[in-house]
Design a protein around this ligand. Sequence first.
Ligand code: TYD
Ligand code: MG
Length: 447
Amino acid sequence: MAKVKSKWVCVECGYESAGYLGKCPECLSWGSITEEIQSAAKPCTRDDFKPELLHEITLDDQIRIPTGIGEFDRILGGGLVQGSLTLLAGEPGIGKSTILLQLCQCARSLYVSAEESANQIKLRAERLKINSDNLYIYPQTCMENIKAQIEELKPQIVVIDSIQAIYSQTVSSSAGSVSQIRECCNILMNIAKTKNITVLVIGHITKDGAIAGPKVLEHMVDTVISFEGDKYKSYRMLRSMKNRFGATHEVGIFEMGVNGLTQVNNPNELFLNARSNAQVPGSAIIVSNEGTRPLLVEIQALVGTTPYPTPRRVANGVDTARVHQILAVLEKRIGLNLSKQDVYVNVTGGIDVTEPCADLGIALAVATCARDVVVDSQTVILGEIGLSGEIHPVSNIEKRLNEAVCAGFKKAIIPHGNEVTGPKIEVIKVKRLMDAISACLNKGENV
Ligand code: TYD
Ligand code: MG
């Protein structure tokens, strides 16, 4: 029997070594080196392709399949592209199987369930009131059998639930290993491109939030969608991380109910409705741009004397390093002494805000809480803070302000450098952090 050759490969950076290592010498990550069995050389499958001159290539019409779920279509840039391979990644229990089963109603589909039995899928389908004559459920884990069924049934859409649970006979390692995931993804990519079938693959997420499996999985697929949200709350967010056929970072917002996932048409209600009407110090409303959609989000801060030798800085939903920078600017430029104060910053609704446009909102939430005064609840705050306390302009200002007007806000504090003509809202332009602090306070108190 031929000797099985194996090599050890780093999942993070692709470094190869002859034996096991606890730490990768290239990227210095621990526990990332996994064994890969080397399979025999494969025959070339694409030898019918020849180089063509760019201007001689004729474009086929890109056919899109509407999924019947508006928010899903929007993040994909207008429906599923025929012959594309999409990866949907998310934590266990977030609703990946649910949304893809709902999506399968839109065309002739094959749902390959490698984790659950046909009975379990049937139970879920009843709960979701799925009514389709064109949906095949196939509990299977072997990639070669799946390929054979795809060739026989000729579906328009194939769902693989999940890539970590299927295996190919050509690779000897177990399902979920780096080489299995890579091989199965390769086969699925080939099916999608050669047979013009739309393939959706579910991928698990590791405990630190990365997509389980090799990074190459994300490189290979056409679209990567992440499914986020708090498992213990009912709303979920779909976000496109990579999209070869449309814009990235678009978000779609859903709510998980007893009958599956439903679209949320007015997400601002979801993020702002927890806000109490009584005005509390340490709260500021910003308009964050998620993809092309502006979202109103509340930033809360809590500042209090610390019982610890080193004060605590806790940030939920915003980058901790960014909060540290804003606190440093508040100390240096405004003279707000926070060296003996614990500072907690939280974005309500569990959403992550990564935009620098949130800086001014964070600064005002912290400053008003420290001085026990309130920001006017009818005011939205936009602006990026520079290290000398200057306020930089933000992108898409009109769109953000229009959203604030729709949600009933009356006043906006915006950077001096932004020009606004359209939205019917009282605008206060500020050059420096100090101007913003004086402008936003309810009765003009000084911080
Ligand atoms: P599921 O799609 O199985 O998650 P994943 O495939 O990402 O692991 O969804 C699991 C959760 O969703 C489970 O905790 C139950 C809940 N759920 C509902 O609340 N309502 C529903 O109609 C369905 C089908 C699931
Ligand atoms: Mg599942």
